[in-house]
Design a protein around this ligand. Structure first.
Ligand code: ZN
Length: 245
């Protein structure tokens, strides 16, 4: 019996140009609607669909897609999800991320250096990834979400602006289970909750300030897109991370 209201961290593993890795979109649903938080790498719709089935929420129930930020591993399957769905899917994101998600600005991590580094990729990946970089996934953002905004999904979800990893990065707080969906504001590495990874962070000073903001919430579980779930003493750990310089 599937609960009428629920949250489930999905686990999607696949091999890409940057190696084999696992990412964790989060699914939140209620009787009427289901929202997927982040859309994986390109080509992952079949895996997402399967993970949703396993959670007891068929793909046909999906109504919203919240994109926490513009990175390729978060927007990858967004266009396919929208095209394949027979039902309308609303895309929600922060104002600052919108022009990137809509393909109006070049994704900030697709720097000249990142594009030049494609030369060193193995033959089987190089051209495909080049095409991806030249023509990244894009979709219209139907609704801009703002800091502190309450969304009704699954009984209640709060938007928390946590800039740093990208300028308009957001995290979400799910009230029913006091779960923070941190996206890439934090990571889980070897079972430990860690702060932003400097090499992937656009503005580290901002990212650290965002941790201070998260420390104000009462959090029992943290879901990190990279590394998965942290169920230790999250409040204490986030306060520690927020105090680190
Ligand atoms: Zn990411």
């Amino acid at each position: 019996m599937i609960a009428t209201i629920g949250i489930k961290m999905l686990e999607i593993t696949a091999t890409h140009w940057n190696g084999t890795n696992t990412i964790h979109p989060t699914l939140i649903w209620d009787e009427n609607e289901a929202v997927l938080i982040d859309a994986g790498y390109p080509g992952q719709l079949p895996l997402i669909r399967e993970a949703m089935e396993q959670a007891g929420v068929p793909f046909e129930k999906l109504t919203h897609l919240i994109i926490t930020h513009q990175d390729l591993d978060h927007i990858g399957s967004m266009p396919n999800i929208i095209i394949e769905a027979s039902q309308p899917i609303q895309v929600l994101a922060n104002e600052l991320e919108k022009p990137y998600i809509q393909g109006e600005k070049r994704l900030i991590k697709l720097t000249d250096q990142a594009i030049a580094s494609l030369d060193s990729l193995p033959d089987e990946w190089r051209e495909g990834v080049r095409r991806l970089f030249m023509n990244p996934p894009r979709a219209d953002v139907d609704r801009v979400v703002t800091d502190g905004e309450q969304l009704p999904f699954g009984g209640g979800l709060t938007i928390i602006n946590t800039p740093g990893h990208t300028p308009g990065h957001i995290s979400l707080y799910y009230h029913a289970s006091k779960t923070l969906i941190a996206a890439d504001a934090m990571n889980v590495v070897d079972g430990k909750l860690t702060g932003p990874a400097p090499q992937y962070t656009y503005d580290l000073v901002q990212a650290r300030a965002s941790l201070k903001k998260l420390a104000a919430y009462d959090i029992e579980t943290v879901i990190c897109y990279h590394g998965g779930m942290y169920t230790g003493d999250a409040n204490k750990r986030i306060a520690e991370l927020a105090d680190e310089e």
